[in-house]
Design a binder for this molecule. Structure first.
Ligand code: GDP
Length: 526
């Protein structure tokens, strides 16, 4: 086996999904701790930990107690190299989250043991299911009085439609929480409180039946033996293939806050989670072990770190290797570009990458030519598929307080919409700037960032738009006719694509009926 193939096989690229407050941020921090990557300079939101980037819009995030940013963290763990892609937790940013999930090979689902399956988790699981993404589960907050664990697993099985295979099982909970028992290695992992901020001691007792175990558990021993017997009978046995096919989830218990049970989960995660998987393009399937470089952009973000006031396009490498100063083909525009200074997020800090390979994420400096969904290759003209934009559901007209700053406003809106959280529409018939978003909060974020980053004050006005549809038609003459007759409702989006802005649901369906040759698409794929 070549070194390259071996190295690719070590990659574990994943994201964490959860309902807000289940413990995603807390567990992320613990994972970074185990990866010796705890200097979380700016990339991890530290709203509860005091490490905070200083830009104003991040302050807004802090105030609202939500996480807006997506970041990438790479760290080695045991034999493997882990790439953790953070996803925004707030519902308004679901589109962003969706696209991040297209860039990972597996997912860790964190569930609050006291609450069980919650809304947001259900939605995110739906997204994962589209691609049969393998799921690890961590049931959190065992240091509290939580719900009956078997009931929570039943809920996962029935609501999320995935089989549960408990790997570890908690011993007690709340004040009586004593650790976890591994059903497969017959080992008790002993919990020592007060070690939440560091790598906890690794104390193990081999054998539930051992004298040491009886001694350690005291009167809880018999109770645990009975419970384990019940659990074994009531749950599925772990099957690696079923897990990798997305039909079964291994379940782990613990407390992220007290940093217990996380290592036990991570140890199995790096063993079982899939290495980079093959990806589909419009011309062929790309294998991660192919030698030539390919990748796609799933996220664009500005101003992650106040010291680097630039925009970064996050690219998932799907095959081959990135090396410094390499030439890449920007497939959408058919141009070669030299990439000297890609960034990575190794050990929580943005450093220059000399080399990165399939499964890794690199950050490309973007000066306006890169869009979400763009494919980069070593010369091949192709396009990775399945990275959509969704039609926004909310629209506002953007007006300037100072009309002299129109250029800046346009530039700002254009650049912010490249990040994909909002979309800009410019009507063909007038000079309005219409902003579309999937959630209300994004409007506030845009206004704040326009102020901070582009020095323009704007106000929003209501606009009579119900929804947007991307217009497609192979017949150029028909399209031209449509353009002429319906120009009042037509606009170009930030990427220059023609869109129909419908005033009402009825307006949309009437137009669709009147123009059967025209396709009105609710998503746009690059
Ligand atoms: P996120 O919204 O999913 O990122 O959740 P956070 O990681 O920010 O956690 C939400 C709240 O739950 C915070 O107050 C955490 O301190 C708390 N929390 C997280 N993990 C645990 C845990 O294992 N036990 C307890 N008792 N609280 C926890």
């Amino acid at each position: 086996m070549s070194d390259f193939i071996r190295e690719v096989g070590k990659r574990r690229t994943f994201a964490i999904i959860s309902h807000p407050d289940a413990g995603k941020t807390t567990i992320t921090e613990k994972l970074l701790l185990f990866g010796n990557a705890i200097q979380m300079a700016g990339t991890v939101k530290g709203r509860k930990s005091g490490r905070m980037a200083t830009s104003d819009w991040m302050k807004m995030e802090q105030e609202r107690g939500i996480s807006i940013t997506t970041s990438v963290m790479q760290f080695p763990y045991r034999e493997q190299m882990v790439n953790l892609l953070d996803t925004p937790g707030h519902e308004d940013f679901s589109e962003d989250t969706y696209r991040t999930l297209t860039a990972v090979d597996s997912v860790l689902m964190v569930i609050d043991g006291a609450k069980g399956v919650e809304d947001r988790t259900i939605k995110l699981m739906d997204v994962c299911r589209l691609r049969d993404t393998p799921i690890f589960s961590f049931i959190n907050k065992m240091d509290r009085e939580v719900r009956d664990h078997i009931e929570v697993m039943d809920e996962i099985e029935s609501i999320l439609k995935i089989q549960c295979a408990p790997i570890t099982w908690p011993i007690g909970m709340g004040k009586r929480f004593k650790g976890v028992y591994n059903l497969y290695t017959d080992t008790i992992h002993v919990f020592t409180p007060g070690q939440g901020h560091r790598i906890p001691d690794d104390i193990r007792i081999q054998g539930l039946d051992s004298a040491e175990a009886r001694d350690f558990l005291g009167e809880m021993h018999e109770e645990l033996v009975d419970e384990i017997e019940l659990v074994r009978g009531a749950s599925h046995e772990f099957d690696l293939e079923e897990y990798q096919a997305g039909r079964m989830t291994p379940v782990f218990f613990g407390t992220a806050l007290a940093n217990f049970g996380v290592r036990e989960m991570l140890d199995d995660f790096v063993r079982w989670a899939p290495a980079p998987i093959a990806r589909q393009t419009d011309t062929r399937t790309v294998e991660p072990t192919d030698n030539t470089f390919t990748g796609f952009v799933f996220k664009i973000q500005a101003n992650m770190d106040p010291r680097h006031r630039d925009r970064i396009a996050f690219l998932r490498i799907c095959s081959g290797k990135y090396t410094r100063n390499m030439k890449m083909r920007h497939a959408r525009i058919g141009k070669d570009v030299k990439i000297a200074d890609a960034v990575t997020f190794l050990a929580g800090d943005r450093s220059h990458v000399e080399e990165a390979l399939s499964g890794d994420i690199i950050g490309l400096h973007n000066h306006g030519t890169i869009q979400i969904g763009d494919t980069f290759t070593e010369g091949e003209m192709m396009r990775f598929t399945g990275i959509p934009h969704f039609a926004p559901e909310l629209f506002k007209r953007v007006r300037l307080k100072d009309p002299l700053k129109l250029k800046q406003l346009q530039k700002g809106l254009q650049q912010l919409s490249e990040e994909g959280a909002t979309q800009l529409f410019m009507p063909l018939n007038n000079n309005d700037l219409i902003l579309g978003a999937v959630g209300v909060l994004q409007f506030d974020v845009v206004r704040q960032r326009l102020k901070d980053e582009y020095k323009v004050d704007c106000i929003y006005e209501p606009v009579n738009v119900f929804t947007a549809r991307w217009v497609h038609c192979d017949d150029a003459r028909k399209l031209e006719e449509f353009r002429r007759k319906c120009s009042e409702n037509l606009a170009e989006d930030g990427g220059g694509y023609l869109t129909y802005l419908a005033t009402t649901r009825v307006n949309l369906s009437l137009t669709e009926e009147r123009w059967p040759e025209i396709e009105f698409r609710a998503t746009r794929e690059h």
